[in-house]
Design a binder for this molecule. Structure first.
Ligand SMILES: Cc1cc2nc3c(=O)[nH]c(=O)nc-3n(C[C@H](O)[C@H](O)[C@H](O)COP(=O)(O)OP(=O)(O)OC[C@H]3O[C@@H](n4cnc5c(N)ncnc54)[C@H](O)[C@@H]3O)c2cc1C
Ligand code: FES
Length: 406
């Protein structure tokens, strides 16, 4: 079956690596050359990510990596930290070199810098809260704000295990020296377990102190250290926007602190790199997370189009991508549509596979499906029939899904 023409925004394009630079012992920055004819497709808003794809051990593997370069720069960069036993990150950090080619999908993602026009009596102040590799999208935001907005300020709370594992450490120190009145770097190190909550206490203190979402006490030494760190930063009760990116447990807790302290949820954005790692971290955020971008919404969600009868037996599925359709019978009530569809067409867009990135977004154009998790689509998109195929199971006897209708 032929349908509408393929969409270059949801296709992989082959890009050459201009540079591969080490950042720490276990992380690198990849810088891509974008050919002139593809440049319009690689415009981005700071905060967005690229989906990279490579054939590793004979299998196509796709993963998301946030853009760390500032808006308007000639080259496009992402930074990757190698995680233990990580398929793509291990491959990238150990193998990639300048002049290698990778398949790269154009920028995507709703975690986006919201620029503010300065008013006569008020200069916008943005706050980033990053943990580990969660610095990458915020790095792009910081550089863009400092370059494009003359009076705006940026405050960064940045948690790492130790100074040695801090990505972009030199660049951040250099920005601090270049913009002493506009960029405020607050590093936190958690190698010593007693320090793990310091960043949360500091954020609470920066908002005048409501901390009932923090289950823990601090030492007098921590209090003094926090006071010293906060002594020079702007008043954050008036911050324009909070951008959180890091492990789920950490960002859940920060979100709760912000909400406890009357930061409007429209001023908070969050990006998750991985699914929840522990029950306790998920529980910590469950109440405040509802309704925020990046937060897990209740499940199941996203019944679409007409019929809604549940079908545990064979269901006919058609998946349209790049104008071509593949048809198959879905006969496993436990498997999501994406997993079965990939067996027919390994080219189908996908990356995180836990409902966060939105790369696998497609439209149900016939029949219906329901999602287990949705941390990416807005309510109106679900209303219009969009699903995350990595989270969707069919609920009608025939389902037609199109990746081209987005
Ligand atoms: C929107 C988005 C943006 C992202 N941006 C970045 C970025 O800028 N830089 C970056 O380094 N990563 C980023 N990630 C994470 C990245 O996409 C991969 O998930 C990560 O590199 C691991 O992939 P892998 O193939 O190496 O590991 P896999 O082979 O997929 O996983 C191996 C094991 O590690 C666990 N795991 C997976 N991801 C993580 C993680 N992030 N931390 C700890 N354990 C994990 C898995 O549960 C599994 O047990 C982003 C993810 C998303 C969804
Ligand atoms: S692959 Fe990321 S949301 Fe489905």
């Amino acid at each position: 079956m032929m349908t509408k023409a393929s969409n270059p925004e949801t296709q992989f394009h082959t890009l050459k690596l201009a540079n591969v630079n080490p950042l720490t012992d276990d992380s690198i920055m990849l810088t891509f050359d974008v050919p002139e004819h593809l440049k319009p497709h690689y415009q981005f808003v700071p905060g967005q990510y690229l989906t990279l794809r490579a054939r590793i051990d004979g299998k196509l593997v796709s993963r998301c990596y946030s853009i760390c370069s500032p808006q308007g720069e000639e080259h496009l960069s992402v930074a990757i930290r190698k995680i233990s036993d990580g398929q793509f990150s291990g491959y990238a950090v150990e193998n990639l070199a300048a002049n290698d080619e990778l398949e790269v999908m154009p920028p995507m993602g709703r975690f986006q810098l919201v620029p503010h026009a300065p008013k006569a009596d008020y200069a916008p102040c943005y706050v980033g809260v990053a943990g580990g590799s969660g610095i990458t999208p915020i790095m792009s935001m910081i550089n863009t704000v400092l370059k494009n907005e003359q009076d705006s300020k940026f405050v960064l709370f940045y948690a790492n295990r130790s100074p040695d594992t801090m990505m972009f450490r030199d660049k951040l120190e250099a920005l601090k020296a270049e913009y002493p009145e506009r960029f405020f770097l607050l590093p936190f190190f958690s190698e010593d377990p007693s320090q793990q909550l310091t960043i949360h206490f500091a954020i609470a203190d920066s908002l005048d102190g409501m901390i009932h979402s923090i289950d823990g006490t601090r030492s007098a030494k921590q209090t003094t250290e926090i006071r010293t760190l906060l002594s020079d930063i702007p008043d954050l009760t008036e911050a324009s926007h909070w951008y959180l990116c890091g492990p789920q447990g950490m960002t859940d807790m920060v979100q709760n602190i912000l909400l406890d302290n009357d930061v409007d949820e429209s001023r908070i954005q969050r990006e998750l790199f991985t699914a929840a790692v522990s029950e306790s971290s998920a529980a910590a955020g469950s109440s405040a997370a509802a309704g925020l971008k990046g937060a897990s919404k209740s499940k199941p969600e996203g019944t679409t189009a007409s019929a809604t009868s549940s079908s545990a037996g064979a269901t006919q599925i058609s998946v349209i991508h790049n104008g071509q359709s593949v048809d198959f019978d879905w006969d496993d009530s436990n498997e999501v549509i994406l997993n079965q569809a990939l067996k027919q067409n390994e080219d189908l867009p996908h990356a995180c596979q836990f409902g966060a990135c939105g790369t696998c977004k497609a439209k149900v154009i016939e029949g219906s499906a329901v999602m287990n998790e949705n941390m990416s689509l807005e309510a109106d998109e679900v209303e219009q029939g969009y699903i995350l195929t990595c989270q969707a199971v069919p609920t009608s006897e025939r389902v037609v899904i199109s990746y081209d209708d987005i």
